[in-house]
Design a binder for this molecule. Structure first.
Ligand code: FMN
Length: 196
């Protein structure tokens, strides 16, 4: 029986690759088994925004890691496509409007959307981090559909009340929220303690 937390992370073709990289790094540092899927357009965004060309621990984290396993997005016969693969949560970060719409309409013809559909049907935690603005009525309806199906919609909207000074501070704000939602401890500076 598994003891370590096991979390699927999906990176899709929305802007915000830096969120994904930081999220994976924090999960690995927390000794979580991370099962990573990157969509075709997610690969493009990793390349365009971070210069990453290979999807592995060395490229993403700058070091090797036994905690990170990469799964092929095109293979819906992969282990992650089955509810028998026990996970604690799945996080889609960043989530494109395309992937959001596919999951909301029940499409599961690639591993990201299939794994998300499985996560919902098994009543496991699905955290979706959409990155788009402004939002059309279609995006909003798709988010509502997913929320009603049990997913948590956690937009990539950093708050400013922690007085961020760097881009890393803004990224950590969003990543810290996501880690809270999947029950992974962290030391990121995200906790408002009230006005002193
Ligand atoms: C440079 C670039 C930036 C993009 N940014 C976004 C974005 O922020 N949000 C979004 O929903 N789609 C964005 N897209 C469009 C998606 O990549 C596109 O809809 C794609 O089909 C998504 O595929 P996927 O959901 O399988 O990853 C962007 C595309 C490119 C090339």
């Amino acid at each position: 029986m598994k003891t370590r937390k096991r979390i699927i992370v999906a990176i899709t073709g929305a802007s915000g690759a830096v969120y994904a990289r930081r999220l994976v790094s924090c999960l690995v540092d927390a000794d979580v088994d991370v099962h990573l899927i990157v969509s075709t357009w997610g690969k493009r965004l990793l390349h365009d925004e971070l210069g990453i060309t290979r999807i592995d621990a060395e490229s993403l984290l700058g070091r090797g890691s036994d905690r990170l396993t990469v799964h092929p997005h095109q293979d819906v016969g992969d282990a992650l496509a089955s509810g028998s693969f026990l996970i604690d949560a799945m996080i889609i970060c960043p989530c494109s409007s395309n992937t959001l719409g596919e999951i909301a309409s029940g499409v599961g013809n690639a591993l990201v959307t299939r794994a998300a559909a499985v996560t919902l049907k098994e009543a496991r935690r699905l955290v979706v981090v959409p990155r788009e603005m402004p939002l059309s009525a279609i995006d909003l309806r798709n988010m509502l559909k997913l929320s009603e199906a049990g997913a948590i919609i956690c937009p990539a909207n950093p708050g400013f009340y922690m007085m961020p000074e760097t881009i890393d501070d803004l990224v950590d704000f969003v990543v810290g929220k996501v880690l809270d939602l999947v029950g992974v401890a962290h030391q990121l500076n995200t906790r408002w303690t009230g006005c002193a």
